[in-house]
Write a protein that binds this ligand. Structure first.
Ligand SMILES: Cc1cc2nc3c(=O)[nH]c(=O)nc-3n(C[C@H](O)[C@H](O)[C@H](O)COP(=O)(O)OP(=O)(O)OC[C@H]3O[C@@H](n4cnc5c(N)ncnc54)[C@H](O)[C@@H]3O)c2cc1C
Ligand code: SF4
Ligand code: SF4
Length: 399
């Protein structure tokens, strides 16, 4: 028995049930023995182990030496320090409250249609289209809302294969009926797929779980789009040499994020308090308030703080506003609508931006054009860092 090596027994106690687990599913996609599943029913958003091979809280493969789930978890033990050292060759300093970066600028899609459809500048979608059309990646792990009236080319059912590692018979395809804001993973292979996923949903979508479908489709090189909790997963896998899965993530695009909301926010908050039904919502953005566009063409603003009671549990201890371990991070902070705040962090991030600029897919401008953007970035990053529990392993700027 290799009890000294950390495995599911330790992950279950130290992360899954301690309040640190974000629900990113890094452990699920890395498990080589296929004993982990994912529960996204009733707002749970957590991994769980099947009963066989050691029960729900232990694992016989772990007892024999398998450590893969702990090596793929971006909240296990000294995760932040290890990711920083792997990606940047050093730990962040206390001043680098939004993580290590090489440049921060504003950017947007050059194509006016993508720019208009995008959540902010359509930057993320323009980069993905460029990467897919220029043989940089084979597929991209994204998120979409299959039943949304606003989703271009809506299919009305989730892709059939993508749910293989979810809790069986709970949130199966049928239960999506009427759930127009239920965000789920989408594997994108081309421009059409990317545009199906464009825009932001503020409920949780476990994009890394698209890995199974992408690999089954034969994709070798993947782009991942996800919030910080998800974009630290490829980094920690690489740092801890979980290379079989990590090597496929060749482009990691992070989204700035202070929280996601429990799905009950729609019936209990938007509908009951503000008479806005889930199926009427065509777009939501957050700019200090909820900006809500509805399918009848009207627009209204709804107080954001009132909805904090519906914060998803997995976000409550998350210290990462700025997606600190992505190649590039993108956010909607700032005065200018239709521009995305862009943080370039790694060499891959730099090459991606340079390539897309040269191809005319995106355009950029200095962040100094918007003096408030950096202030807001640092302020929101600082707030998130205070959420990390005092009794968990600490790092610069964490309590
Ligand atoms: C839950 C969430 C919270 C956010 N919070 C903030 C914030 O507090 N401050 C801030 O500045 N920016 C925040 N953002 C980022 C912002 O909303 C934009 O995603 C970002 O500015 C990029 O805009 P874009 O127009 O370039 O992206 P687009 O071209 O519109 O592409 C957006 C991409 O995001 C993916 N996506 C959408 N929803 C989800 C989801 N729920 N889970 C995973 N992937 C998703 C889509 O698949 C798409 O590929 C948040 C995003 C999300 C998803
Ligand atoms: S944080 Fe992610 S990798 Fe870690 S236990 Fe939770 S779902 Fe698994
Ligand atoms: S706040 Fe955002 S980055 Fe943090 S756990 Fe929640 S979804 Fe993930």
């Amino acid at each position: 028995m290799a009890l000294d090596k950390p495995h599911w027994l330790h992950l279950f106690k130290e992360v899954v049930t301690s309040g640190l687990c974000t629900g990113c599913a890094g452990c699920v996609i890395a498990c080589p023995h296929d004993v982990l599943r994912y529960d996204d029913s009733n707002g749970v958003y957590k991994p769980f182990k099947i009963e066989a091979d050691g029960g729900f809280d232990n694992c016989t493969h772990g007892e024999k030496g398998c450590t893969m789930c702990t090596r793929a978890c971006p909240r296990f033990r000294t995760w932040e320090e290890e990711c920083d050292n792997y990606l940047f060759g050093r730990q962040r300093t206390i001043e680098e409250v939004a993580g290590v970066s090489s440049e921060i600028i504003l950017a947007r899609a050059s194509d006016p249609e993508i720019n208009k459809m995008g959540q902010d500048g359509g930057l993320v979608s323009a980069l993905l289209i460029w990467a897919l059309e220029n043989d940089i990646v084979d597929a991209a792990l994204l998120s979409y809302t299959p039943n949304s009236a606003a989703t271009p080319h809506a299919d009305n059912i989730p892709p059939p294969d993508i749910r293989t590692h979810y809790l069986p018979n709970t949130d199966s395809a049928g239960s999506f009926a009427g759930r127009s804001q239920k965000a789920i993973p989408l594997v994108a292979h081309n421009r059409r797929d990317v545009l199906k996923a464009i825009g932001s949903r503020y409920t949780y979508s476990t994009n890394p779980l698209g890995y199974f479908e992408a690999v089954q489709d034969g994709a070798e090189r993947l782009a991942l789009v996800g919030m910080g909790c998800q974009s630290s997963a490829p980094a920690i896998m690489s740092a801890r040499k979980a290379g079989k899965v990590a090597r496929r993530f060749v482009l990691n695009i992070g989204l700035l994020c202070s929280k996601t909301f429990d799905e009950t926010v729609f019936p209990q908050f938007f509908e009951q308090r503000y008479k806005v039904k889930e199926e009427q919502i065509s777009k939501i953005n957050i700019k200090g308030v909820f900006q809500v566009w509805t399918t009848d063409g009207s627009y209204q603003e709804i107080p954001l703080k009132e909805a904090y009671a519906w914060t998803r549990d997995g976000c409550k201890a998350c210290p990462d506003f700025a997606a600190q371990h992505a190649d590039i991070s993108a956010g909607g902070i700032g005065t200018f609508e239709n521009w995305t705040l862009l943080i370039i962090r790694t060499q891959t991030g730099r090459q991606t931006i340079d390539g897309a600029v040269t191809a005319g897919m995106i355009e950029t401008r200095p962040v100094d054009d918007d003096p408030n953007a950096l202030k807001t970035l640092n302020k929101l990053s600082r707030i998130s860092r205070k959420r990390w529990p005092a009794d968990a392993i600490t790092g610069p700027g964490l309590i």
